[in-house]
Ligand binder design. Structure first.
Ligand SMILES: Nc1ncnc2c1ncn2[C@@H]1O[C@H](COP(=O)(O)OP(=O)(O)O)[C@@H](O)[C@H]1O
Ligand SMILES: N[C@@H](CCOP(=O)(O)O)C(=O)O
Length: 317
């Protein structure tokens, strides 16, 4: 369970008073998650999730919280941050920046079928389109600049083969990002971490997207690649599963057709998506933070996915 900061009942009651949400009924620490402290809050005003931000700063947070509010208002099923009397949605709890957002119904679908992948593809495209008139700007803080900074930090922890792969892939991604096809990719606010554990389903109905705290302005194609790399692979081997990938891509394109530059760069972005999470998992694994109970994700998974993506680029979308 990732409760980095303990929240007392009194602190939760104080927040609910400021937000005029009535009496606290229950406050329960949430297991899972690796970035923030999360609690379910049940109160007279409804069911919410309290998040205390452990790494993100009060300067970075308005981008995420206002994006969630913007998407919720546009009809995308995302947690809606609750305002205080003055309309502020970023609060302070236990000395940390915090938000209280609506609790989504449903549960994660960790063994998705083609129908789930199609629902994710269609919702991802709807989310991209709904973000077009979002005015705040913040880059993907786990984008290329962060990869370039972090690779030298994790390299000493790798064997020679892994180090070669990591360095050569980073060089390849720097090269891709400098090209004209890349410059032509449509961009906007992206989720950038829409894994199986960040989507809620009720049967085959997608009931919500959450965990926007890696979001940023980046290419829509990168977001799509991150989804394909999680929803449409066989987890033990990292291999592409064509039936699920075809369903996700077709549903995405049913809402927004990919441009020629996007079709050309999809194989490169699938590699970029694998590289991004290989680096962050290496970083979390070898340079861990203190948490009361924390299970780091396995970095070798994304090393396998990357090797698969390099060896077997998919046929073009
Ligand atoms: N708005 C929400 N509605 C319902 N459950 C949520 C919501 N936000 C978080 N959760 C639950 O909390 C867990 C951890 O949240 P997550 O955002 O993944 O944490 P972290 O930011 O630390 O990675 C999720 O797996 C989910 O079960
Ligand atoms: N999805 C990332 C890690 C981010 O964790 P989350 O619990 O916030 O989604 C990974 O799998 O490495």
């Amino acid at each position: 369970m990732a409760v980095f900061t303990v929240v007392s009942n009194k602190e939760a009651r104080d927040l609910l008073r400021r937000l005029q949400l009535g009496k606290l009924l229950a406050l329960t620490g949430i297991e899972g998650g690796i970035e923030n402290t999360n609690y379910f809050v049940s109160c007279e005003g409804g069911e919410f999730v309290l998040t205390l931000f452990e790494r993100l700063t009060a300067e970075q947070l308005p981008f995420y919280l206002h994006l969630m509010q913007h998407l919720a208002r546009a009809g995308i099923p995302v947690p809606d941050p609750q305002p205080d009397r003055r309309g502020a949605i970023l609060h302070q709890v236990a000395g940390k920046p915090a938000a209280l957002a609506t609790r989504l119904r449903g549960k994660s679908q960790l063994a998705p079928q083609a129908a789930h992948c199609a629902a994710v593809g269609a919702m991802l495209a709807r989310m991209h389109l709904a973000g077009r008139d979002y005015e705040r700007q913040q880059p993907n803080l786990r984008g290329l600049a962060w990869w370039n900074e972090t690779v030298p930090v994790v390299l000493p922890h790798l064997n020679a083969q892994q180090a070669t792969l990591l360095q050569s892939e980073l060089a390849y991604q720097n090269h891709v990002a400098a090209g004209s096809d890349y410059a032509a990719l449509p961009r906007g606010p992206v989720h950038a971490d829409l894994f199986r554990d960040n989507v809620m389903f009720d049967g085959e109905e997608l009931t919500g997207l959450f965990d926007f705290y890696f979001a940023g302005v980046d290419t829509w194609l990168f977001d799509l690649a991150v989804c394909l790399n999680d929803w449409c692979i066989d987890l033990p081997t990292g291999r592409h599963v064509a039936e699920r990938a075809d369903a996700l891509l077709a549903a995405y394109q049913g809402v927004r057709a990919l441009t020629a530059a996007e079709r050309a760069l999809l194989p490169a972005m699938l590699r970029a998506g694998a590289l991004r999470f290989w680096i962050s998992r290496l970083w979390d694994y070898h340079l861990p933070r203190e948490a009361s109970l924390l299970t780091p994700h396995d970095p070798t998974h994304f090393e396998r996915v990357l090797r698969e993506r390099v060896a077997h680029p998919p046929a073009q979308a």
